[in-house]
Design a protein around this ligand. Structure first.
Ligand SMILES: Nc1ncnc2c1ncn2[C@@H]1O[C@H](COP(=O)(O)OP(=O)(O)OP(=O)(O)O)[C@@H](O)[C@H]1O
Ligand SMILES: [Mg+2]
Length: 275
């Protein structure tokens, strides 16, 4: 019998530049992992826009702002999407939330301790840029997927974000995810070029799982406002997300206590103390 407490796998999805596919990746990866039998919670930590609920075709009455204001507990605001993913909705269009301070961010992260036993995976949809809320969330995750498109601004901003992660926070477990590429070969080339730069200038490599090709289905779902395929349609989940979910599911557990605010830190500490 394993007496150790269960620690959910926490994956942050970020990018330097906005609009490159973070929410698409977070929501489709979550759906594909649910299909693979995992219990998945998505935290919409993009406070300014909160588009994960729109991507799932939902409208939330309560969101994490209510948790922070002490009006609701985290469990009370969770919604189950038609895809079987659980969602902690973000506060949409709230100026206060767009610039969450360090204390509030830490409080929100701590609130997840209460739901640790209910989930195998927590996927955090993080805002674009390098604000302090963004770096706090990146620090709080066990692994980070950085979404990048093959265009100069996206590459430069992804590099800028990774530079901060490595040089200022000493983070590793960074995975580059080329999105909207023409082919898997194209995505791999983009990763190789990018990784060479990271090794050369940051003395740190980034990892690769797969690439996500441009998919008409993904963009047309958007157009129809049914942005993530439903459970019944999951056999049709774009295969690149199925492959991504499979690769993420095969990664070994990471239980590293870093000293920053972390999701499920009490359990991480326990796991480290009793190996
Ligand atoms: N692999 C893909 N194939 C086709 N379209 C895609 C793909 N990935 C993302 N898109 C489209 O690109 C647009 C931006 O995606 P998304 O909203 O996920 O980006 P984001 O990084 O979350 O943006 P923001 O920074 O505003 O939160 C959407 O219209 C989405 O449908
Ligand atoms: Mg988004």
């Amino acid at each position: 019998m394993n007496h150790k407490k269960h620690i959910p796998h926490v994956i942050g999805v970020a990018s330097g530049k906005g609009g490159v596919g973070k929410t698409t990746v977070a929501t489709h990866l979550a759906s594909a992992m649910v299909h693979a039998g995992q219990r998945v919670l998505v935290l919409d930590a993009d406070m300014g826009l909160a588009n994960a609920q729109i991507a799932f075709g939902m409208r939330a009455k309560y969101n994490i702002q209510h948790v922070l204001q002490g009006e609701k507990s985290l469990s009370e605001i969770l919604l189950q999407t038609p895809q079987g993913v659980w969602l902690a909705p973000g506060a949409s269009g709230s100026r206060d939330m767009a610039s969450l301070d360090a204390t509030a961010t830490a409080r929100l992260i701590d609130a997840f301790d209460d739901v640790a036993d209910q989930f195998d995976v927590l996927i955090v949809d993080i805002a674009a840029g390098i604000s302090s809320a963004v770096t706090t969330f990146l620090n709080a995750c066990q692994r980070r997927i950085i979404v990048v498109r093959d265009e100069p601004a996206s590459i430069a901003d992804a590099y800028g974000l990774i530079k901060v992660m490595v040089n200022e926070f000493g983070l590793d477990e960074i995975y580059l995810l080329p999105n909207m590429v023409k082919s898997q070969a194209h995505g791999w080339q983009l990763y190789k070029r990018f990784n060479d730069i990271c090794v050369r200038f940051l003395n740190q490599s980034v990892s690769y799982l797969t690439s996500i090709e441009t998919d008409e289905e993904v963009s047309s779902e958007r157009a129809k406002y049914q942005r993530v395929v439903t459970q019944a349609q999951l056999s049709g989940t774009p295969r690149d997300f199925v492959r991504l979910a499979d690769a993420v599911g095969k990664l070994p557990p990471v239980a590293t206590v870093t000293g920053s605010t972390q999701f499920f830190v009490h359990r991480l500490v326990q796991a480290q103390l009793s190996p």
